[in-house]
Write a protein that binds this ligand. Structure first.
Ligand code: SF4
Length: 93
């Protein structure tokens, strides 16, 4: 029973910190990758994948302005997603 409780807490924690497609910033272009409202504007994704991520200067957050079109761009988007400190990038859009 205790292990089930621990698994439930782990699942809940993961669910709460993962990017949510329902919460994505409105500037994101339609498609697989997106940034949600958890973005803290750290710049990592824009540095990692500048061909796909851009900053909204008025709102102070990132969004995906172009979905990846090559294998290299896809790899860089995945790298950005994995490196995002607040897990604000999703790939299920
Ligand atoms: S890496 Fe994450 S927190 Fe940082 S700017 Fe990009 S989406 Fe926002």
């Amino acid at each position: 029973m205790a292990i089930l409780n621990k698994l439930s807490i782990l699942w809940l924690t993961i669910t709460l910190i993962m990017a949510e497609v329902e919460d994505k910033n409105p500037e994101n272009i339609d498609g697989k990758f997106y940034v949600d409202s958890q973005c803290i504007d750290c710049d990592l994704c824009r540095e990692t994948a500048p061909a796909n991520f851009e900053r909204d200067d008025e709102e102070g957050y990132s969004y995906v302005f172009k979905q990846p079109e090559t294998a290299e761009e896809t790899e860089l988007c995945i790298e950005a997603m994995e490196g995002c400190p607040v897990e604000a990038i999703g790939d299920d859009g």
